[in-house]
Design a protein around this ligand. Structure first.
Ligand code: ARG
Length: 574
């Protein structure tokens, strides 16, 4: 345990119970950072009401029960406890942190956590919405894994449905190994639109396409072969995006809509047999209490359309059953667009009623907000077409290259060429992660790539700067030397470092990667403050120099580990 709050919290709770009685066992002392001390306990205010005493008196009684703490305690204001940690204690905690390969991040009791994220559609361009679920989902996967959980990545790609008749016929029309077929790997929208144009303009083609859907659903071998080919080409496209982004998804994580085909009829039958689904206007529907649409009419969850086809609701019911029964899930995350909230809620409620989602399994919608253009509308290109994700990532890398060329012209060409993609992609990912995942944000490459402010490049630059200190020192980064804390800037940096583990655990609980971004940004700023006020290489004594180098190296370790949990790489120089 590295975070002083984690150590003081139980001691304070125990003192509260001793002061106020056994009813108050386990009370949270509510430790918050404070500008008057290292941390402030705010519980007395709330407790005062319950015990019918004034808060200052409650605070006094708690202090009387505190016993020996490695901190100075002072009652302030209406009844806060201001706690100032002893220097020696902070130094020893910092020593523990440096000795801990996990840098204070706890190992939690293992849960099985399927995470549904990314989920692009076959033969369609990935858009910026997919970028965001991919980047947020991947950061959560990395973080939860690091906390000791067994994450099962589930890439629920859209690989089934009526458009596949048209897409397969188009593939046949252009030729399987043709240039046009290869568009699926580079510009899938162009392929899709060409197929669509044929479908709309050529009646014979449209008839063939409809027959193809039937053949596909009936499991016709040749049709399935063509479908597999189509999905395979799209997979190359997805994988190119994933590797450009440095995302951990692989082909093993694919669990597309088609995976559930065999489950869908059974799901409908079972819901009908359990009396949960009824036919309405020819469609099989689940009506749930409390869900009404316009004009107060009950809102159905349609699980089989009147033409016999299955939709999004049925496959998502299948995902739950699969994740609970076959994967053994304890906690299921769906990293999906915020507008899908009602859909998911209804699917989960149905699954609970059907007995497929036991109470002890938690399901969470990690809501993804929209990405907007500068006009605050859904992001498009200047010509108004939907934006191609690959083009956007290329632009980010090219802009980063210009920045690096301008700021570090003296670096060799290959070095600048290697830094640019790390900075460009890091900037895009960080911009996505640093705002709350459920809020909208404006996609602005210039702002993302700025070297100042809460940006990816700023944090990467902080790590590069520490590397450069060690290059000047002529030694590799290491934090073996004992750290002493004399200056306030050193102490502030040390305290920040100590809370890394708590923040990572909070991200795992709240599923909010932006909290880690905020922490790392604060840490980088604390480091700046330290570097400005405390000479490192020119420190007064060799011991102090070694201590400050240690502090710098520990900062580097925490920054790099934190960025790694977010899926952001760090260049050794910038
Ligand atoms: N393929 C869908 C889309 O592009 C997202 C699917 C999300 N995952 C799910 N289990 N429903 O909008």
């Amino acid at each position: 345990m590295a975070d002083p709050r984690d150590v003081l919290s139980p001691a304070l709770s125990a003192a509260i119970a001793r002061a106020l009685g056994p009813d108050f066992e386990g009370t949270d002392p509510v430790l918050r950072p404070s500008q008057y001390a290292d941390v402030q306990a705010n519980a007395a205010l709330a407790l005062a009401k319950r015990v019918g005493a004034n808060p200052r008196e409650v605070a006094t009684r708690v202090v009387a029960e505190l016993g020996d703490l490695p901190a100075a305690v002072e009652i302030s204001g209406p009844g806060f406890l201001n706690l100032t940690y002893d220097d020696a204690w902070v130094t020893s905690l910092l020593g523990d942190l440096a000795a801990d390969p996990r840098l204070g991040v706890p190992v939690q009791e293992t849960q099985v956590v399927p995470i549904d994220y990314s989920a692009p559609n076959v033969a369609k361009e990935m858009h910026v919405g997919h970028l965001r679920t991919t980047v947020v989902g991947d950061a959560l996967a990395r973080t939860l894994e690091h906390l000791g959980h067994r994450v099962v990545r589930q890439n629920h790609i859209g690989d089934w449905g009526t458009p596949f008749g048209m897409l397969i016929e188009h593939l046949l029309a252009v030729g399987e190994n043709s240039e046009e077929a290869l568009l699926l790997e580079s510009d899938p929208n162009a392929f899709y639109q060409a197929a669509r144009a044929q479908f709309d303009g050529d009646e014979a083609f449209a008839t063939r396409a409809r027959a193809r859907v039937v053949a596909l659903q009936a499991g016709d071998e040749e049709t399935l072969r063509l479908w597999t080919e189509l999905v395979g080409l799209s997979r190359h496209y997805f994988n190119r995006i994933y590797s450009t982004l440095g995302v951990t998804l692989t082909d093993d994580d694919l669990a597309g809509e088609s995976t559930y085909n065999d489950d869908l009829a059974g799901i409908c039958d079972e819901l009908e047999a359990k009396g949960l689904a009824t036919i309405s206007d020819g469609a099989l529907c689940v009506f749930l209490d409390g869900y009404t649409g316009r004009e107060g009419k009950p809102q159905p969850l349609i699980i089989r359309k009147s033409d016999g086809g299955y939709g999004y609701a049925t496959t998502d019911l299948a995902t739950i059953r699969h994740r609970v029964e076959r994967l053994g899930a304890d906690r299921c995350l769906y990293v999906i667009g915020a507008p899908q909230a009602l859909h998911l809620e209804m699917v989960w409620k149905t699954a609970r009623l059907a007995g497929w989602l036991p109470d002890h399994v938690e399901v969470v919608h990690v809501k993804i907000g929209n990405v907007l253009g500068e006009d605050r509308k859904i992001l498009r290109t200047r010509s108004g077409a939907p934006l191609r994700l690959m083009a956007l990532l290329e632009e980010a890398q090219a802009n980063a290259r210009r920045e690096v060329d301008a700021s570090r012209p003296e670096l060799p060409e290959e070095t600048r060429a290697a830094i640019a993609p790390v900075v460009g992609i890091g900037a895009v990912k960080y911009a996505d992660l640093s705002v709350a995942h459920d809020s909208e944000y404006v996609f602005d490459l210039d702002r993302m790539l700025a070297f100042v402010g809460n940006t990816g490049p700023y944090l990467q630059y902080a790590t590069a700067r520490i590397h450069s200190i060690f290059r000047s020192a002529g030694e590799p980064p290491s934090y073996d030397a004992p750290i002493t804390l004399g200056e306030p800037a050193e102490r502030a940096l040390a305290l920040r470092l100590l809370s890394f583990g708590t923040v990572v655990a909070e991200v795992g609980d709240s599923l909010e990667p932006h909290r880690l971004c905020t922490y790392l940004f604060d840490l980088a700023q604390d480091f700046s403050g330290f570097y400005e006020h405390c000479p490192v290489l020119k420190a007064a004594t060799p011991e102090l120099r070694a201590s400050r180098l240690s502090l710098a190296a520990l900062t580097l370790a925490v920054l790099s580990r934190g960025l790694d949990l977010l899926g952001i790489e760090t260049p050794p120089q910038m």
